[in-house]
Design a protein. Structure first.
Length: 261
C-alpha cells in the first residue's frame, strides 16, 4: 500500500492511496478529499509517476471547503465516481459550485466501501461538519487509518489505531500557541472544542495509548499555520511515542514523501 498526501491543512486537503501496484490490472487507486485544484493535484501525482485519471474513486470526508470545494472539478476532469454521504453532498452543494455530477455513490458513515480487493471502513466523527467521516483502508495485507477533522477523542479512533499498520492523523495545534495567537476568541473555542480539531498532545496521547505492536509509521496532518509548527508537532509526538516509530509530516503547501506499507 502507498500513501501520498498531495496537501494537508486548512488551505486544502487531498490524499492519494494505492494498493496492488500502479501498473497492475488489479491495482486500486483512491483519492480522499478534493480541497486543492485539479491541476495542482494532477501535477503533484505526476511527479510520483502516477496518473490521476486512473483513480477508481474520490471519497469525501465532510463538507468543509478545504476538503470538498473542488470535488465537482475532479469528478468531471478525472472521471472518478464521487463517493460521499447524502448530508455532506447537500451541505456542499449549498455552499460551493459543484455543478454537474454524473456518477455519485452515497454512503452512510459506519458502512464498508469495496473497491476491488480494497475495503474502506467508514465511521462518524464529531467534527462540526454536516456528516463527517474518518476511514480505515484495508487491502487484506495492511490497514491504514485516515483520521483528520476529528472533533475530539472518541472510541472508534482508538479501535482504528489499534488495528492499523500506519496512521495518518491530524495534529492541528499547540494549545499555548492557540491561546496566545491572533485568532478571535470564538474561533479559538471552536478549534479546541468538541467539534474542532485534536491538539498535538491529544493526537500523540491517543496514538501512544491505542497503537499495537504492528504500527509502523505515523504521518502528522492538518497542522495549523498560525497555531503550530512542524518542529513542535514532531517533538510532542516523539516524547509520547519514543524512537521506535517512524514519524512523517504532511506539508501544508505541497506533497508528502511517498509512504509505503
Amino acid at each position: 500500500m502507498v500513501l501520498i498526501s498531495l496537501q494537508s491543512g486548512s488551505n486544502g486537503n487531498c490524499l492519494y492511496v494505492e494498493s496492488g501496484g500502479v501498473r497492475l490490472l488489479f491495482g486500486v487507486r483512491l483519492l480522499f478529499d478534493a480541497g486543492i485544484s485539479g491541476r495542482r493535484a494532477a501535477e503533484r501525482l505526476a511527479a510520483f509517476d502516477r496518473d490521476i485519471h486512473g483513480v477508481d474513486a474520490l471519497i469525501i470526508s465532510h463538507d468543509h471547503a478545504d476538503h470538498v470545494s473542488c470535488a465537482g472539478v475532479y469528478h468531471r476532469m478525472f472521471g472518478a465516481p464521487l463517493v460521499v454521504s447524502e448530508p455532506t453532498l447537500r451541505a456542499a452543494r449549498a455552499k460551493y459550485e459543484l455543478r454537474r455530477l454524473a456518477d455519485v455513490r452515497h454512503f452512510t458513515p459506519g458502512q464498508t466501501l469495496c473497491f476491488g480487493h480494497v475495503r474502506v471502513l467508514t465511521f462518524s466523527t464529531p467534527h462540526d461538519g454536516a456528516d463527517g467521516a474518518a476511514f480505515v483502508v484495508d487491502d487484506g495485507a495492511h490497514r491504514l487509518a485516515i483520521l483528520t477533522d476529528l472533533g475530539h477523542v472518541f472510541g472508534d479512533l482508538r479501535l482504528a489505531i489499534a488495528s492499523a499498520d500506519a496512521v495518518f492523523i491530524e495534529s492541528n495545534y499547540d494549545p499555548a500557541m492557540l491561546a496566545g495567537g491572533p485568532y478571535p476568541a470564538v474561533l479559538k473555542r471552536r478549534i479546541a472544542g468538541d467539534g474542532g480539531h485534536l491538539s498535538n498532545g491529544e493526537a500523540a496521547a491517543l496514538v501512544a495509548s491505542s497503537a499495537s505492536s504492528k504500527l509502523r509509521w505515523v504521518c502528522l496532518a492538518h497542522l495549523s499555520e498560525q497555531n503550530n509548527t512542524p518542529e513542535c508537532a514532531l517533538e510532542t509526538h516523539r516524547r509520547a511515542l519514543g524512537g521506535a516509530l517512524s514519524l512523517h509530516l504532511a506539508p501544508r503547501h505541497g506533497p508528502s514523501p511517498l509512504l509505503e506499507l
